[in-house]
Design a protein around this ligand. Structure first.
Ligand code: SD4
Length: 335
């Protein structure tokens, strides 16, 4: 029988929907009753998954989930860990600057209701993920950009800070010697954090925060803050988030694509693979020179990850264990 034929919708009986000891009996939340699950043999929750090696961020998120916190609080707080870490040169304070030497940040967040908030091209504010959440919860808008986003952040009590650390400044000055704009796969543009979590109630949320591509043109905005591209959440299905060359993710609306593929019955793994193949196909030969990686999580707590080139990895905190995994990848030598 084809996998698709296993799909169960809201109307099926409880016994048909959950065969998991993790959930126990038939006490399904409203959102779970309308879920299209691809595989319900086992339901894992809470769970958090994030791009790259971000053990401290997933640990923070897990702590919140374990204490009955919401997935939304977990992903926000998890992302803040990387934003504050000056050693991470792709996120928050310490991020590599644009070609003019300015650190500009993009971030977005989505909750279980499908609400979305984002900020783009923000300078001098470290915790842009929290500003994005405030845009979502305290304004009639979904995206604020540049000076307007900063003004909003300051009005909400966020602190103005210099985000360019000595080591990022040094790297920028070195880059300026040649000013060659050639993003190097997995090196310069590494470590944007995209995080997805399911809480004890079974609700999913996601967040994504980045300083974007290093030495980008001033004003450039990538995928990370854009709904459907860098992040997408549907509480009936699951979520997905992206890392790598934002222009390519934007052109394929990769995270939305993955959630829609899961809706059609694909596992998170198969959905990530198909999205990467879509990016590759659309790019002709160019894919050889850029990296794109996706992670996904469905409502049953199944995870998936796939990327174009080797060396993308991701962090999962589930069943009390915080582990890093190497992602499978597309660009393998063909015999
Ligand atoms: C961007 N997708 O701005 C981001 C960069 C990234 O790890 O993911 N870096 O295009």
């Amino acid at each position: 029988m084809k996998r698709r034929n296993f799909l169960k919708k809201a109307s099926v009986s409880c016994a048909g929907v959950v065969a998991s000891s993790a959930i126990g009996s038939c006490n399904l939340s409203t959102s779970e009753k309308s879920i299209v699950f691809s595989n319900l043999k086992q339901v894992t929750r809470p769970i958090v998954i994030a791009t790259w090696r971000v053990a401290k961020a997933t640990e923070k998120a897990w702590e919140i989930l374990q204490n009955n916190g919401t997935a939304l609080d977990a992903v926000e707080q998890g992302c803040r860990v990387e934003e504050a870490d000056v050693k991470n040169q792709s996120v928050g304070k310490g991020g590599l600057p644009d070609r003019d030497g300015n650190v500009t940040l993009d971030a977005c967040i989505m909750d279980k209701f499908g609400n979305y908030g984002a900020v783009t091209a923000v300078q001098n504010i470290t915790h842009v993920i929290s500003v994005a959440r405030k845009v979502m919860e305290e304004t009639p808008h979904v995206i604020l950009t540049g000076e307007g986003a900063k003004k909003f952040a300051l009005s909400k009590g966020f602190k103005e800070e210099d985000l360019l650390t000595e080591s990022s400044k040094k790297a920028w000055l070195k880059w300026k010697e040649t000013s060659l704009y050639k993003p190097i796969i997995n090196i310069e543009n590494h470590d944007t954090i995209g995080m997805l979590a399911i809480d004890k109630k079974g609700d999913i949320s996601g967040a994504c925060t980045t300083s974007g591509l290093s030495y980008k043109m001033a004003g450039r905005v990538g995928d990370s803050a854009i709904i459907g591209s860098g992040l997408f959440i549907d509480n009936e299905i699951g979520g997905a988030t992206a890392t790598g060359m934002g222009e390519e993710v934007l052109k394929t609306v990769g995270s939305f694509l993955i959630v829609e593929l899961m809706r059609q019955g694909k596992s998170p793994q198969k959905a990530c693979e198909e999205a990467v193949k879509r990016v590759v196909k659309k790019s002709g030969e160019r894919y050889k020179n850029f990296q794109v990686g996706f992670i996904a999580l469905n409502k049953a707590g199944e995870t998936g990850a796939y990327c174009i080139h080797e060396w993308f990895n991701y962090q999962v905190y589930a069943k009390g264990e915080n582990k890093n995994y190497k992602s499978n990848y597309y660009n393998k030598p063909k015999n």
